[in-house]
Write a protein that binds this ligand. Structure first.
Ligand SMILES: *Cc1c(COP(=O)(O)O)cnc(C)c1O
Length: 419
């Protein structure tokens, strides 16, 4: 099946006389006839659901669909994108360990890595993803456990050279984790370029309708964990079970669920998984429309007299144009940023002028959304501080929706005209 078909037919499959739509298993727990069956579940020697903090049939169906879309051996749906990144890292990093991350990643992930994980004794080094391999290789240490990057970064909209990052990680014996939230597996599947683990915020395009906060971790099954004692040595909390021996290619994702999800309690709820599944069913058509609309919008913005610059990977003028051709041949999602001439005040007037677009702290939605960092998310910063963190005072982040392109153009270009 092609990805668009998998969106509809992977995961839940209705049996004879069963509901066509994925049922919501709104139950905390599951009943068994004998104590020995429950004992087997606790020992991880039998498959089955026991308690919805660890697994649930509705959630499992969505996990299977996303694993199929990315081409992985298994997935775990978490309560947020942040919970996905947190558990993906903690599954193989402990106090005293170190990892390398691209500096062009989501702001919430920067906080998680540089503040919260640091307090837990895990050290991160941020690298410029566009630096040379030699440059980045210098940052590896004996205790480096993984490399992390974002395929299309939020909000920089830069494109990660996944093959370069995979080479760097693998030549140092560590896996590459890629946050693939913006492209979704419709536009890009990082495992095909050597990534080992993929994470998503499913709150964005996968859901698409702004109705659930969620995340997912997907395991390619390709990484050899021989140098990771947490996977190759006995787990005390399961009577000495060894993940690589018991679960083979699915060792990483099984450990993540039965150890971290069990202990942190950050599994998706059945209701959220059901809503996410509704979004996933139309992901193929939506991503196509988002891309076509964004391409048209980026070109229109480039020729508007009140616009200083436009950042969208498929534009000829974009520094990631060539790399986007390789990794994103079908489009680069619906997120654009552009700088309005006249700085902070002119951009604030633009924001007041838009009528159709929603002013929200959210991206990747079916509705067109706009955000002005200098007067919203980054308002405490001076113009100089803004420039230092790569956000110019007149910058607007535009998340192009699936409305008719002429309505989007009339709204955005009209608001620019009226500045
Ligand atoms: C939003 C986002 C996250 C965090 O996801 P939540 O679901 O909000 O916790 C992580 N990575 C990227 C790229 C995002 O856009």
């Amino acid at each position: 099946m092609r990805p668009e078909t998998k969106c509809l037919h992977e995961g839940y499959k209705a049996g004879n006389g069963e509901p066509l739509a994925l049922p919501i298993y709104q139950s905390t727990t599951f009943r068994y006839d004998t104590a020995s069956e429950v004992a087997k579940l606790f020992d991880l020697t039998a498959d089955g659901h026991m308690y919805s903090r660890i697994s649930n049939p509705t959630v499992a169906a969505v996990e299977a669909k996303i694993a199929a879309l990315e081409g992985g051996v298994g997935a775990v749906c978490t309560s947020s994108g942040q919970a996905a990144s947190l558990t993906a890292v903690l599954n193989i990093c402990s106090a005293g360990d170190h990892f390398i991350s691209s500096s062009k990643i989501y702001g919430g992930t920067v906080n998680l890595f540089s503040v919260t994980l640091k307090r837990m004794g895990i050290d991160v080094t941020f690298v410029d993803p566009d630096a040379s391999e030699e440059e980045i290789a210098k940052e590896f240490r004996p205790n480096t456990k993984l490399v992390f990057g974002e395929s299309v970064a939020n909000p920089a909209i830069s494109v990660l050279d996944i093959e370069k990052f995979a080479r760097l990680a693998h030549s140092h014996g560590v896996p590459l984790i890629v946050d693939n939230t913006f492209p979704t597996p419709i536009l890009l599947r990082p495992f095909e370029y050597g990534a080992d683990i993929v994470v998503h915020s499913t709150s964005k395009y996968m859901d698409g309708h702004a109705i659930q906060v969620g995340g997912v971790v997907v395991d390619s099954g390709n990484f050899d964990w021989k140098d990771y004692p947490c996977l190759t040595e006995p787990d005390e909390s399961y009577h000495g079970l060894i993940y690589t021996e018991a679960f083979g290619k699915a060792a990483y994702i099984t450990k993540l669920r039965v150890q971290l999800i069990r202990d942190f309690g950050v599994l998706s709820s059945a209701n959220s998984a059901f809503l996410l599944d509704l979004g996933l069913q139309t992901l193929g058509v939506r991503m196509d429309r988002h891309c076509r609309n964004a391409e048209a919008m980026a070109l229109a913005l480039e020729s508007h007299p009140n616009v200083e610059s436009v950042n969208y990977p498929t534009l000829e003028s974009n520094p990631y144009h060539e790399i986007a051709k390789k990794y994103l041949p079908n489009g680069a999602s619906g997120v654009i940023s552009f700088v309005i001439k006249g700085g902070r005040d002119a951009a604030a007037r633009f924001m007041d002028n838009v009528r159709l677009a929603n002013n929200v702290v959210h991206v990747a939605d079916v509705r067109t959304c706009v955000l002005h960092p200098a007067s919203e998310t980054h308002r405490q910063l001076t113009d100089e501080q803004l420039v230092a963190c790569g956000v110019s005072p007149g910058l607007i982040r535009l998340s192009v929706g699936i409305e008719h392109i002429d309505d989007i153009k009339e709204d955005i270009l009209g608001a620019l005209d009226r500045i």
